[in-house]
Every structure is written in C-alpha cells, then in structure tokens.
Design a protein around this ligand. Structure first.
Ligand SMILES: [Zn+2]
Length: 706
C-alpha cells in the first residue's frame, strides 16, 4: 500500500452526520419528492415521441441520485450504533421500496419504455451495450412488475400480495438481526474453549440458577467458537439444539411468504416464483435445477469417500449425530492444527496484506485516509472529523489506479470489521454509493464497505483469523473491488449490480488464493512480532517457549492446503442442499401446491438426500430453514447462484491463474474483460470471451478428484 504523500481525491467522501428523524427521514422524504417531481416533468412526453436521449436518459439521471440516497439511508440499518437510527434506516428503506413500486406501477413509465424498446428493436434507436440492456431489462422488469396488468381486481390483488411480501421479508430480517438468543454455560461445560474467547462472554454474577455461568450468544463468532473448541459433546449438542430454535417466529411467516410468492408469480403469468425470478439470469429455473442435479451426481461418489474418511473422527457430535461435517473440529480432522496457525494471522495485518495482493493483481493503489487526511477532507466540506465515519473503529481508504493504468481516482473503501451490538452479524460487502456518469459527463465515484463482525482484540492479543475468515475477507473485498473498478454510466448497472447468478463468480474465484501456501505465507505475521507490547504479552503467556518465527512455517501451510480437498465435497454439498431446497419451495406451480408444502420436512429431506447424513434427534431442525436472510433479501430462487459460482469460478481460476497467482498482466485482462463491464445481459458471453470457450460445468468435480 502506498506510503506516498496523501492525495486529495476529486470527490469528497460522504459525511455521516445523519440522525434518525431530522436528517435521515427528511433526506429520504425530500429525495422522493424531488424524484417524483423529475418523473412528472419527464413523463409529460407523449410516449410516441419518447427517445432514449430525451426521455430515458433524464429518468436514468434521476434514478442515479435517488438510488444513491437510498443506499446511504440503508447503510445505517446494518451498522448504526444507535438503535433509533437503525429503525429510521429500516423505515427509509421501506419508503424507497414504496417509491420504486409506485414508479413501476405508473402506466406512463411502462409506455415510454415500451416505445423506446420497440424503436430499438426496429433499428430506429442506436444504443450502446449498456443503454440497450437498460432498455431491455427495464422493459422486461416492468412487465414482471405487473405494469401491463390493467386496473381491476387482479391489479388490486397484486398490490396487496406485494405489500404483504415486503412486510414479511422486513419482519423476518428484523427477527434475525435483532435475535438475542443464546445459552448459559458453566465453565465446566465450556472446557476446551480458549480463555480469551470466554473473556468475551457476559457472566451472570447475581443470585439465581445461572449464577457464575457464561452467556454464549448465537452470534456467529461466539457460537462457532464454542462449537469448535468445546470438548464436551453434550455442550455442543445443547448449543446446536438451542440454536435450531432461533427465530422460531419466522417459520409461520416463511410459509405465508412461499404461498404468496406462488400467487404473485401466477398473477403475472409465470409458471412459478422461480421462473419469475430467473427470467433474466444466466440460467433459467429449469436449467439451474438440471445444473444442480448433474453436479450432485458427479460429486456424490467423491463425497462418499470423503465422508468415510471423516467418520473416523466420530468424537465430534456434529459429525456423529447429524449435520454439517464442514464444521468438523479441526483438531480431530486435520493433520494441521489450524487454531495454532491463526496466531500468525492477526486481522489488521491480514487486511493490509490482502490489499497489497489486490494492488498487484488488479493494478490498484489503496491510500489509507488517516486522521490528518480525514481532517482535511471533512473541513473542506465544513464538517467535523467525526463525520468521516459512523464509528471510530472504521478504516477508510481512497482507491486509485496505479500510475501505469492512468492513475485515476476510483472511489472510497471503508472497513467496518469488529463486532458491535445491533450491527449486521454476517460478513458482506455493502454499496454505500454507486458509481455513475453525471449529466455533465463527469464521474460520480463509488463508496463501498467491507463489513465483518470479528470479536474485538482482547488484552495482549489482537483479533486472530482462521483461514476461512481470510477466505471470507478475500471474497467480500472482491465484491468491493468489483464496485470500485466498474466502468459504467448508470448506478443501476454498476459494479456488483450484475445478474445474480454471475455476481458471486469473481469473488468465489478470489477465494482460491487463500488455499495457496505462498499467499498465506505472505499474509502471515506472528502477533508477537507486531509490537513490543504484544511480544511481552506473548512472553507472559509462554514464559518457557522460544518466540515463534515471524512468518507462518511454510511446511505447515503446505500441509494445511492439502486439507482443502478433504472438506470440499461436504462444503459443496452443503451449498447444493440449500440451493435445491430454495428452488424446490419456489417452484410450486400454484397456491394449492405451495400450501401443501411442509417446509421444515422438505428442508430435512433435501439435506438428508444431498448430504447423506444421519438423522437428527426427533428430526427437529427447528427454524433453520427460515433463518437465512438471503431468502428474504432477494436471493429467493437464487441460492443456486452460489453453486454455479463455485464451479465456474474454479474453472476461471484453473484456466487462467493456477500456478501464477500474482500475474498482474492476467489480472489486468480479467479486470478489463469481466469486472469493468456493466451489467449487460451478456454475462455468459463475457465468460466465454474471457475463457475462449464455454465455462466447464465439470470443473469442480474434476478438481476434487485431483
Ligand atoms: Zn458474495
């Protein structure tokens, strides 16, 4: 990363000064009012006179700014420390959703899109790739939204169904985010869990039955630590069973949702909700189902072998009694003790190493904006330095092209990495502001956020990462890079706004870097080498030991890399099971079929068929099938995208990068041919052009057998 003098970017960073009502809600209401005003002016045009330049482009300019305010308002529900701002943010997102729905429902909008779409088909409009796709997807999207459905009973019902679907999704997400579940455990029950992990847990010290016990919350970091380290099988079993019941309120809501989605699809003339959702994807619902079936057939023999190997380690409750062997305790399954290796992967060090990797691969420069830079940038806008971020733990970068690539500014990257009350618990990339071309032809630069919820450092130790955490950061930062390098004119097609079954491919491809010993070696630094303070703290805990080497031992990393194949099958089957469940429940042909579905039973059956595992006590998977935020946030009938991404990403990696991971020339080519292009409906062709052939659906099963 650059140590050159701080450069002032051509666009100031956002100021995060929002309060619940006076600014966030007001900003939302004003933006929506302005948007309606702009629409009213533009839509005065008689549809027969509508052209891309005179009618569609003004609509796009309006959408660009409205989308960006909606993104900013939505940010706070994921990250805001004050609950009132999170609530206001949820309200604002609902207002924006209603605004989009109102736009979609306006007959004049449909008429101008249809007019320009038909002119383009007749060759009367000459549009470039991004413009052409905007019109085509806009027109088909409006058809999907029911814009062609005439007023009357069907129209009224469509609106009622939509409104209820939105309410259910918002409620289910809130139930997941706000869940406060957990289990009280005694220190005996937590035998094996590292002391620094237990230190994070709240302890009950007043009287009562749980006095002296520790609260293990169902938040991923706490729960997973106990499932991995707790020696006692009954502890893990109790935790697992209790967590299965988490968000039980979602079960009934999810059932109602699946029925409503089936009705919604039928009202619009689609065979199923999955057909409705996949109309413009790379794969149709039918093709996606066939893809999953084929993959299952290909990998099952390999997975059986893997399972037999893993059954040797029956000491683990999760493996011996039920479910997910990918969560298998690594002390039992792996020839390398990964937990010891994690001391070589302190969070801050890994992040910096990772950014250096991306700099080389994609020819970028990340310049951290520290206090002095923040002061300068915020003062210029008349703001205090506190307005630079929403919490004082946030790290901020200005991202540039390297000089040889032109040296232009690309946008801002924010890192919000540590666990906080009320913050989204699942790692992800969040677009804070999309890139687009302004009416005067200049560029609006994007702002993108990497969000994770790692536990905060404890006294004497930084936050350590396991390899899977490093992989997650590679993945999510990959999405941020996609946002930053996108060379697009419209906010709605910038960066990761590509089709859903394509968007995961670039990030999945980057996960392959994390299995390379030389990459892990370059990212590693034992925490005792970070500072004299850490060295003393390490020494205090290990008075007899010799200080470990600065870098993780290469031979251990090589051994670790060999464990990839060991769990590959079970991981892929886990994804397959979720994807098959998702497609099955969303391919109901009508309301009656959907009503007959027992979602919990289907979930259990699919997992058993795909994973080939033992039954759980009483067949009770509780509410797990209704606890994936993805199902409520647009990934319904879309989970298969992760499986497609796993396969195609490996194909890209194997063909272009394996054996030459830091090949900046190939990275530049990949950036240009895949990442920089706007959403264009040609994603399958983009892959084909880059690979020089069609993607290979058998790539991953071949790799497993290597
Ligand atoms: Zn992703």
């Amino acid at each position: 990363m650059a140590s050159a003098p701080f450069r002032i970017p051509p666009q100031p960073p956002l100021a995060f000064t929002h309060t619940p009502t006076t600014t966030l809600l007001t900003l939302t209401q004003e933006t929506i009012a302005l948007s309606n005003n702009n629409l009213n002016k533009t839509l005065l045009t008689n549809p027969t006179h509508a052209t891309f330049q005179t009618t569609i482009l003004p609509l796009i300019h309006n959408e660009n700014t409205t989308v960006n305010t909606a993104l900013l308002a939505a940010l706070y529900k994921y990250v805001s420390p004050p609950p009132s701002l999170r609530e206001a943010s949820i309200t604002c997102s609902q207002l924006f959703r209603e605004h989009w729905r109102e736009i979609e429902a306006r007959r004049e909008v449909f008429e101008v899109f249809r007019a320009v779409y038909e002119k383009e088909k007749k060759g009367e409009e000459e549009l470039d790739e991004e413009e052409g796709w905007f019109i085509e997807s806009g027109y088909k999207g409006l058809l999907r939204s029911g814009a062609a459905v005439q007023e009357g009973g069907k129209r009224g019902r469509l609106e009622v169904v939509r409104k209820r679907i939105a309410e259910i999704c918002a409620q289910c997400c809130r139930n997941i985010r706000e869940d406060k579940g957990g289990v009280w455990c005694s220190s005996e029950e937590l035998e094996g869990v590292p002391a620094d992990v237990i230190l994070r847990f709240k302890m009950r010290d007043e009287g009562g039955e749980n006095e002296g016990r520790f609260w293990v919350s169902f938040k991923a970091a706490d729960y997973m630590s106990c499932m991995e380290y707790a020696v006692r099988e009954e502890t893990r079993k109790r935790l697992w069973s209790a967590r299965m019941e988490m968000c039980g309120a979602n079960v009934g809501l999810m059932k109602e949702l699946v029925v409503l989605r089936a009705e919604h699809a039928a009202l619009l003339g689609f065979e199923s909700h999955a057909d409705y959702k996949t109309q413009e994807k790379m794969l149709s619902a039918k093709a996606a189902t066939a893809f999953l079936d084929q993959l299952q057939e290909e990998i099952t023999p390999y997975c059986e072998l893997e399972m037999n190997e893993m059954k040797k380690f029956k000491r683990n409750y999760l493996l011996s009694r039920n479910c997910n062997p990918s969560q298998l305790d690594d002390r039992n399954s792996s020839p390398v003790r990964e937990t010891q290796l994690s001391e070589y992967f302190p969070l801050d060090e890994v992040i910096r190493g990772l950014l250096r990797t991306f700099e080389t691969l994609f020819r970028l420069v990340f310049e951290e904006i520290k206090e002095e830079g923040r002061q300068a940038l915020m003062t210029k806008q008349g703001q205090s330095i506190d307005a630079a971020t929403w919490h004082d733990s946030i790290v901020m970068f200005a991202v540039w092209n390297e000089e040889a690539m032109g040296g232009e500014f690309l946008g801002y990257l924010y890192l919000d990495l540590l666990q906080r009350d009320g913050k989204k618990d699942h790692p992800c990339k969040i677009s804070i502001s999309a890139g687009y071309e302004k009416p005067d032809g200049t560029k609006h630069y994007p702002s993108t956020l990497l969000l994770t919820s790692f536990p905060a450092p404890t006294f004497g130790k930084p936050t350590f990462l396991r390899q899977r955490n490093v992989k997650t950061i590679f993945h999510e930062l990959g999405h941020s890079i996609h946002d930053l390098v996108g060379q697009t004119r419209f906010a709605s097609s910038s960066g990761t706004a590509v089709t859903q079954d394509f968007v995961e491919i670039p990030s999945k491809m980057l996960e392959n870097w994390c299995w390379d010993p030389s990459i892990l070696h370059s990212l590693s630094k034992h925490y005792s080498c970070l500072s004299p303070e850490y060295k003393s703290a390490w020494k205090a805990g290990n008075p007899e030991a010799v200080q470990p080497p600065e870098k993780a031992p290469l031979e251990q990393l090589e051994k670790f890399a060999k464990t990839r194949n060991m769990r590959w099958g079970s991981r892929t089957r886990g994804l397959l099971a979720t994807a098959k469940f998702d497609l099955l429940i969303h391919r109901a042909k009508n309301i009656e079929d959907a009503e007959k579905m027992d979602l919990g039973e289907i979930y259990q059956r699919v997992r058993r068929e795909v994973m080939g595992l033992y039954e759980v006590d009483g067949d009770n998977w509780g509410a797990e099938h209704a606890r994936s935020e993805h199902l409520f946030q647009g990934y319904d009938a879309g989970h298969y995208s992760y499986v497609v991404a796993e396969v195609y990403a490996y194909d890209l990696f194997e063909t272009k990068f394996e054996g030459n991971l830091m090949n900046g020339e190939e990275g530049r080519r990949y950036r240009k041919m895949i990442l920089e292009r706007a959403r264009n409906g040609l994603e399958a062709r983009m892959l084909e052009e880059y690979l020089g052939r069609k993607p290979d659906g058998g790539a991953i099963s071949r790799a497993m057998k290597k």
